[in-house]
Design a protein around this ligand. Structure first.
Ligand code: ADP
Ligand code: MG
Length: 441
């Protein structure tokens, strides 16, 4: 029965062949087919990507309305857990393996990829780590989320601890606030302060969090001065420039800005390629060059997202063993993470114009010549497909047509795709062009 299900599945979705080996039937009756799944990761992955649902639907269609496919997770002989597909929507337990790479010990200078977007910060941070307190003080790093601020500040910490044997106090502004509140509750604010001040280096991550918290700001101000006056190094990170943090005491703002302020910007393509390669090594995920390019091309603004993509691929490794992940597989696995950006109507009109040799101005005109109409209807159809615009908005773009005209155009094209091979081919080609240009945004 199981093999029949898989065969049926393969008719519509060949990707199941990647997972076939992870699944084996242990019991088959008309009411219940029990399938052993090699690991919890495999199970979670198949569940999340709706494979299990589909398998169940196929079983019901093939055998009996009441046939149920149950999945158990078992490593070879020892059966550990039984999952009932219907009520197990919970996939959040599969992250242990992935979290192991998120310890701060791996946040070192060696593991940080430097390129033009972050080189200044990277070099300044190294200089500070080598000679804390002598140069840039305080060192203020700002930049959007996921660009490596926390990594850099921990790299400074790790370097100083290992090579300078100095005492470093690292905290986030949020942690600091919570600890301070606790100290107030316990009437131990002096101890709290002393405990920080006795260190040689002060690192405060994410100070934008101090916004509006007057009491905590006063406390930080005091501590800051203690370090500063003794020429002890201070490093601060924030997601905004110090002048753009709202509701922060002017005294503190000017202290934060007294040293050097550097920003970290999204990595350029070449740096992203190096990051993808480095992280795939660290995470032990084998991907081919095309996958490196695919990830670097599509995830541009946040290194955390690049890591997320690689971790997702790592889960899928459970299914393909040690073979190298190729582009086709990666595209399928990452389709939710790498959502193609919606195209805009103007660029769709341009692409249609290039393929049909009808001028963009004619496409949006009221002319009704056959070639022009067809080209306009194709552009309308593709605008609906590739953008999230409403019929009304599309109509407005195409010479102020009303929404019923838009709907008619779309259904005309849908019919033509079925009846007219040439039109179908043309639309296919234009679709590919649109998708290709989206990738390069
Ligand atoms: P931020 O604190 O700016 O939000 P993080 O330092 O937490 O960002 O970075 C998010 C993840 O991306 C971390 O795991 C970090 O190791 C990684 N990362 C960011 N930039 C780089 C880089 N240039 N090289 C290597 N890893 C990076
Ligand atoms: Mg951070």
């Amino acid at each position: 029965m199981w093999n029949t299900i898989i065969k049926e599945f393969e008719k519509t979705d060949k990707s199941i062949k990647n997972f076939k080996n992870s699944l084996s039937p242990v019991e088959e009756t008309r009411e219940k087919i029990t399938v052993k799944c090699q690991s919890k990761y495999a199970y979670d992955f198949l569940n999340k990507n709706k494979y299990l649902e589909k398998i169940n639907n196929i079983a019901k269609a093939l055998f009996d309305e009441n046939t149920e496919v149950c999945f158990i997770v078992a490593k070879d002989e020892d059966i550990q857990l039984e999952f009932n597909f219907e009520n197990n929507k919970n996939t959040n337990k599969n992250n242990k393996l992935l979290e192991q790479n998120e310890n701060y010990e791996s946040y070192t200078f060696d593991n940080f990829i430097s390129g033009p977007s972050n080189a200044t910060v990277y070099h300044a941070a190294q200089a500070i780590a080598k000679n804390p307190g002598t140069g840039y003080n305080p060192f203020f790093i700002f930049g959007d989320s996921g660009l490596g601020k926390t990594h850099i500040i921990h790299a400074i910490e790790n370097y100083i601890i290992q090579n300078k044997h100095k005492k470093v106090y690292y905290t986030t502004a949020m942690e600091f606030t919570n600890d301070y509140v606790k100290a107030i509750e316990n009437k131990s604010t002096n101890e709290f302060k002393e405990n920080i001040i006795k260190n040689d280096v002060l690192l405060v991550d994410d100070v934008q969090f101090l916004s509006g918290k007057t009491g905590t700001q006063n406390e930080i101000f005091y501590i800051f001065n203690q370090f500063y006056d003794k020429k002890k190094q201070i490093v601060i990170t924030s997601d905004k420039h110090v002048n753009e943090i709202n509701d922060i005491d002017d005294r503190l703002r000017s202290r934060f800005g007294m040293g050097v302020i550097l920003d970290i910007t999204p990595p350029e393509y070449e740096t992203r390629v190096a990051i993808v390669k480095k992280k795939s090594e660290l995470f032990d995920v084998k991907i081919d060059e095309q996958v490196v390019d695919f990830i670097a091309m599509n995830l541009k603004n946040n290194v955390r997202e690049i890591e997320g993509a690689l971790k997702t691929l790592k889960i899928s490794k459970e299914f393909i063993g040690n073979s190298i992940i190729d582009l086709k597989f990666a595209e399928k696995i990452l389709k939710d993470i790498i959502k193609k950006k919606p195209a805009d109507i103007d660029s769709i009109i341009k692409t249609v114009s290039a393929a049909t040799k009808v001028k963009p101005s004619d496409i949006v005109s009221t002319k009704r010549t056959k070639g022009i109409s067809l080209s306009r209807q194709i552009a309308i159809y593709l605008s609906r497909k590739y953008t999230s615009k409403t019929y009304k908005e599309i109509g407005e773009k195409f010479g102020g047509r009303d929404h019923s005209t838009v709907i008619t155009s779309i259904s005309n094209i849908e019919k033509m795709i079925l009846d007219d091979e040439q039109v179908a081919k043309l639309i296919n080609k234009i679709s590919r062009d649109i998708e290709a240009s989206n990738k390069n945004l």
